[in-house]
Design a protein around this ligand. Structure first.
Ligand code: G4P
Length: 527
């Protein structure tokens, strides 16, 4: 074993934190991301990420559809340094551009930051993204945002996290007042208060205190808020969950931080605590057993493919999560599925929109590989070996449409387009068992639009999509399946691997089928 490389890897891995921010649109993800990048000096001006969000269509040369809608179809990656750490933030898009890509991106993260609006609480999209993270058992850190506005009480929010998401929480800090009354937060770990000053809450004063009963707090916040703080924290001390790092690491307990991203309040403390508690890059499961990040041989897997980032070149970028070893530009690696060696010559790293060529990268980093059409989602790359990482999960689609080709003469291109776009993970394809109709399944409406657009532009095929009323898909595992049981408000189809899948119009139809078929297993994801 070459000692210098082993030591270098330990050092680089320890430094790294790779995470995704999950939230519902408008909770403040862009604002928080921007503040984090500002701390790291990765951007100089507040407003640049926001400006990017607003004007992506103006400056981006990415997909045409993105320009038309003024949104981003991509989940990009942002990297910055802060107090000795190298941080990779995986951007998960919201709004209508929510798609299976969003879910897959989460498989590349080692932890997640769940951002919640203090007034709105746990919202629909947060629930979906949380569940994907929770299934992987990764640590989840909660930031309750917009404390400068009136919102729900911290206890109600904790109760909501448990009721809706099934996760217990441990507040790391506690607000002193809220909305217009907000005057600061009490840090339960460091026993200090961060106090807001000025009408616009623009100055922050940090004072060390004995505990939450310290008269300094009374002096600064007044009797009412000081008494409230004492009452609430006494209750929390007695009835709340204790801080437990093992439970946090396994995703059973989420540390909560209160703050206000736009006012930059509580953000720095959050970042510092997060960096201390969040895991460094973790191992990934493969056919050769778990691959540790410090293992010297370079390995990684493709979790996302972005087509046509530059239409002039018709290029595709494969996003690779490095699992182990050091990546060096120009290195030769085994493309395991294709069974051949390839040279990684033009790797790119992403900060906001700039794509820089990189020379080397380490476990936890995400690199973009120029893809002349050789990669598929889930592909493993390995130096001198046959390591295959676990297949990326297929997520349960919620929107369905029957697809037909308008011009029958184009059937060959149509089939090619469907095959390639399924492989890329743009859509999932099912066939009905009765008429061999083709049904597309997606998790976000945008996937249909992207599919239609790319079929037309890249394959020259006009298609027709007819929305179907199904809302749930369940993979059925059973020795003997009786198709006659799937006729009312449901249909039986097969996926591309010939697994049986039942599509249901509503929850009632699904419940009934589950009750009537006690020998069948109904899975949310492909087996
Ligand atoms: P997103 O990426 O999650 O969709 O949210 P984004 O950061 O764009 O924030 C959504 C809105 O919430 C923005 O307001 C933003 O300024 C506001 N916001 C973010 N953090 C806070 C906070 O701590 N307190 C308050 N009061 N508001 C916050 P907007 O009106 O849509 O945009 P803008 O006019 O402020 O730019």
């Amino acid at each position: 074993m070459s000692k210098p490389l082993a030591e270098e890897l330990i050092k680089e891995v320890e430094k790294r934190r790779t995470f995704a921010i999950i939230s519902h649109p408008d909770a403040g993800k862009t604002t928080l991301t921007e503040k984090l990048l500002l701390f790291g000096g990765a951007i100089r001006e507040a407003g640049s990420v926001k400006a990017r969000k607003a004007s992506r269509h103006a400056t981006s040369d990415w997909m045409e559809i993105e320009k038309q809608r003024g949104i981003s179809v991509t989940s990009s990656v942002m990297q910055f340094d802060y107090s000795g750490h190298r941080i990779n933030i995986l951007d998960t898009p919201g709004h209508q551009d929510f798609s299976e890509d969003t879910y897959r991106t989460l498989t590349a993260a080692d932890s997640a930051v769940m951002l919640i609006d203090v007034a709105k609480g746990v919202e629909a999209q947060t629930i979906k993204l949380f569940q994907v993270c929770s299934k992987r058992g990764i640590p989840i850190f909660t930031f309750i945002n917009k404390l400068d506005r009136e919102g729900q009480s911290p206890f109600d929010l904790m109760e909501e996290l448990e009721r809706v998401l099934g996760i217990r929480s441990v507040p790391m800090n506690w607000p002193i007042g809220m909305g217009r009354e907000l005057c600061g937060v009490y840090d339960r770990i460091k026993n200090q208060v961060e106090l807001f000053k000025g009408n616009d809450h623009s100055t922050i004063e940090v004072r060390k205190v004995e505990d939450y009963r310290d008269p300094i707090i009374r002096e600064m916040a007044g009797d009412f808020l000081a008494d409230q703080l004492i009452n609430e924290l006494e209750l929390l001390d007695v009835a709340g969950d204790p801080f437990d790092l093992d439970k946090i690491a396994s995703g059973e307990l989420t540390p909560i931080f209160f703050g206000s991203a736009v006012n930059n309040f509580g953000v720095q403390t959050f970042l510092e605590n997060f960096l201390e508690l969040a895991p460094q890059p973790t191992s990934r499961v493969s056919t050769a057993g778990p691959i540790e990040p410090t293992s010297e041989k370079f390995t990684g897997y493709v979790f996302k493919i972005q087509a046509n980032m530059n239409p002039a070149h018709r290029d595709r970028i494969a996003f690779l999560r490095i699992v182990s070893g050091r990546f060096d530009r120009g290195m030769s690696v085994r493309h395991v599925r294709a069974g051949k060696d390839i040279k990684l010559s033009q790797p790119q790293q992403f900060l906001a929109q700039d794509r820089d060529i990189i020379e080397s990268a380490y476990p936890g980093d995400i690199i973009g590989l120029f893809d002349p059409g050789i990669f598929r989602i889930g592909d493993s790359l390995a130096q001198g070996g046959e390591v295959i990482f676990d297949e990326l999960p297929t997520f349960s689609p919620e929107l369905f449409a029957k697809v037909t080709v308008k011009n029958a003469l184009k059937h060959k291109q149509y089939q090619k387009g469907i095959d390639q776009l399924t492989e890329e993970g743009t859509i999932q394809v099912f066939r009905t068992t009765s008429f061999d109709d083709t049904i597309l399944g997606v998790v976000g409406q945008l996937q249909f639009e992207v599919f239609e657009y790319r079929m037309r532009v890249e394959y020259g095929v006009e298609i027709q999509l007819q929305r179907m009323p199904y809302q749930f898909a369940r993979w059925i595992v059973d020795e003997k399946i009786d198709p006659s049981k799937y006729r009312i408000n449901s249909v039986l189809v097969k996926d591309k691997k010939d697994n049986y899948v039942a599509l249901f119009e509503n929850e009632y139809a699904m419940r009934t089928a589950i009750d009537k078929n006690p020998t069948s297993k109904f899975l949310e994801m492909a087996p």
